[in-house]
Design a protein around this ligand. Sequence first.
Ligand code: NAG
Ligand code: NAG
Length: 423
Amino acid sequence: MKRNHLPHYSDHKWPWPLLSLVASALFLLLILTLTLSHGRYSDASSSTARDFYGVHRDFGGGDGNARLGLPKLPRLAYMVSGSRGDGSRVRRILQAVYHPRNYYLLHLDLEASDDERLELAKFVKSEESVIGEFGNVMVVGKANLVTPKGPTMIATTLHAVAILLKKAADWDWFINLSASDYPLMPQDDILHIFSYLPRDLNFLEHTSNIGWKENHRARPIIIDSGLYHSKKSGIFWAKERRSMPASFKLFMGSAWVILSKPFLEFCVWGWDNLPRTLLMYYTNFLSSTEGYFHTVACNHKDYQNTTMNHDLRYIRWDTPPKQHPISLTVEHFDDMVLSGTPFAHGFAKDDPVLDKIDEKLLRRSRDHLTPGGWCVGKPGLHKDPCLVYGSPNFVKPTLNSRRLEKLIVKLLDPENFRVKQCK
Ligand SMILES: *[C@@H]1O[C@H](CO)[C@@H](O)[C@H](O)[C@H]1NC(C)=O
Ligand SMILES: *[C@@H]1O[C@H](CO)[C@@H](O)[C@H](O)[C@H]1NC(C)=O
């Protein structure tokens, strides 16, 4: 990824594609003022205009923020992972969560064919596409073998984080998505709300009250053959069981995480031995992704206070919970929207509810990118409004951001926030 491809617009630079279209700066100013006050999507469909609120925020380099008194927009680093046959789903998720400010790392595991990986790489590198022009999407070429529930999953996540730390230094949060996840709001909404959050916050749903998991997770010893075989053959159990750890406390929770850059540097660089020791401990732990980051954060004084006990995902379980969460359908749509979470898990491939999310929440047409303040083209049935783009520092939040705001405010409430940290 060429990082200098990412333009760092400041607020005195106009969206350059427009420059070639209009002759005088005055005219440009007029157009800009009009779009500022009305919202560009007012002609897209009947319901869009009223769903956008607020003014066009420009979070440019420094001046813009200071002048408007608004916090700086963050950058997000996404990992989207899939397996054999997931290429088209990963591509759809990328289009749905794409924003030029962010970074994306796509990983199709070793089960997927090289052709699938190549096709995905071609798609993100294509010089004609907007994604290719911004150059902020990477595809892992040398894929990892991933055993579900095995430590190879954590290794893959840490590998992705290390690549993102090396190739793209300036992001704030890492977000992990699978091929069966989907966003419930445009990136503009997430960037807008996250701009108000302290950059060291980690979204980790966790508890030390692990109940039945003590017997099913903490005591068994597993071995992931994916660590030393090149074909997936799953995990196996050792006859021995081990006792509960004494030198640290176990925490478990949701495998879906949103982690801060400072915390991930702590985990990857390993200047303190805790993340490394725990990584070795978790090598023989069933479903290590449900506990590794949680246990690291909660056992270190510098990170205990940065945990938010929520994963910001909409996930539904059967009662009693089965091995996999409920597959979400149109029936869950209203509840998903009300939850205020920015993402949901899990959807069946091409489930009709995804079309509904595209239409109602993301306002994205098939094969187009999710529009945001940076897309300045005229929306049309066959034309992607993001083919003409302006400053990635313009975000235009929709009503969804208010739901996310409400959720975050609730989570940050003194009765909720501190008292639920590492308990
Ligand atoms: C990340 O997402 C995947 C889905 O691809 C999930 O299975 C995994 O457990 C998640 N968490 C981590 C820490 O890797
Ligand atoms: C974390 O929060 C607790 C309680 O608010 C406080 O006593 C402690 O000093 C904090 N730790 C750090 C490292 O900031």
